[in-house]
Design a protein around this ligand. Structure first.
Ligand code: NDP
Length: 324
């Protein structure tokens, strides 16, 4: 037996309960991982509430973790018991141990601690694909990052700055403004008090941005489109404030022949070779010191509900990890 957070019915943070569960044997192509740290992500709240579907109830939330391989299933040759690994995968991570498909697992370099790995697989790989695959930023580009002091936000801003961009970030408070500036933001806009599109026009002298990376959703749409140059890219990758409602696609023409995309990490990592290449790129920028993974909150596994309350209450910065 081992401990895991279980959700028997969708709802608020209180539906996450720590229980004893039987540890299954890994099947073909699977590995059993003993977690040393588990990442908390906004997407976990969507699965908890039922906004994103789960295969069946009860289920264990959580989509990323780091730890050691305990055992491997038939056909797994890339990993062996004792290996240090990290992964991003479907729900099941808020647990002392979990089964995960080996195709989502990568070897962890010795100099990357478990906490760092658990905090960066989902968030860091998201920053990787947004900056290197969805819209490939170049030196001299000006970009807008919403929720710049958040988990994905702080990684995106540091990495974009290292790639030579001018980074404008939106933040929900003065404390977050300071943090964003310390992590790659050339300009921080407190979007709860200021009209961010007006501020972007002022900051850029009406030149505007090549790309907007938006994980906030409803609250920042359609104003984000007003921050883009003609032919600019609106990359909507999340909806922390609620989903963007259906809109007239002609809006993109009227705002300057814009591009809009709604990418997800899981499409990018469906190809194992792509996952490994993305992880190599992420590990390289972290090991070089160009991107620091901001673990700002550490909680015991049993405190998953507290972690979700803080995340949904906009009280967190950077990443939160659960320690089993
Ligand atoms: P964050 O740490 O960024 O937390 C969410 C932040 O959103 C808050 O801290 C807050 O920052 C901001 N926010 C704005 N409005 C609201 C609101 N009404 N309620 C709550 N928060 C609000 O979370 P993550 O880094 O885990 O994820 C960021 C976004 O990226 C999420 O939307 C997530 O779903 C998405 N995501 C998408 C992926 C993909 O592949 N598509 C993969 C990974 C994440 P502030 O106070 O500064 O406004």
């Amino acid at each position: 037996m081992s401990k895991a957070i279980r959700v028997h019915a969708h709802g608020g943070p209180e539906v996450m309960i720590l229980e004893d569960v039987a540890t299954p044997e890994p099947g073909p192509g699977q590995v059993l991982v003993r977690h040393r740290a588990v990442g908390v992500n906004y997407i976990d709240t969507y699965f908890r509430t039922g906004a994103y579907p789960v295969a069946s109830l009860p289920f264990t939330p959580g989509n990323e973790g780091a730890g050691e391989i305990v055992s491997v299933g038939e056909g797994v040759v890339s990993f062996k018991p004792g290996d240090h690994v990290a992964y991003v995968a479907g729900p099941g991570s808020y647990a002392e141990e979990r089964i995960v498909d080996a195709k989502f697992v990568v070897s962890l370099p010795d100099d990357i601690p478990y906490e760092t790995a658990a905090a960066m697989m989902l968030k860091g790989l998201t920053a990787q694909y947004l900056l290197r695959r969805t819209f490939k930023v170049e030196p001299g580009h000006t970009i807008l990052v919403h929720a710049a002091a958040g988990g994905v936000g702080l990684i995106l801003c540091q990495w974009a700055k290292a790639l030579g961009c001018t980074v404008i970030g939106t933040v929900g408070s003065r404390d977050k403004e300071k943090l964003a500036r310390e992590n790659g933001c050339d300009h921080a806009i407190r979007y709860r008090e200021e009209d961010f599109a007006t501020r972007v026009k002022e900051i850029t002298g009406n030149a505007l941005c090549e790309v907007v990376y938006d994980g906030v959703g409803r609250a920042t749409f359609p104003a984000s489109l007003d921050c883009l140059k003609p032919f600019g890219m609106f990359a909507s990758f999340g909806s922390a404030s609620g989903a963007i409602e259906a809109f007239d696609i002609g809006l993109l023409a009227r705002k300057g022949s814009l591009y809009a995309t709604r990418p997800t990490l899981f499409t990018h990592i469906a190809d194992r070779d792509v996952l490994v290449a993305m992880a190599d790129d992420l590990f390289a920028v972290v090991r070089s010191g160009q991107v620091k993974i901001p673990v700002h909150s550490r909680l015991p596994l049993a405190s998953a509900a507290e972690a979700h309350r803080a995340l949904e209450g906009r009280a967190t910065t950077g990443a939160t990890v659960l320690l089993p």
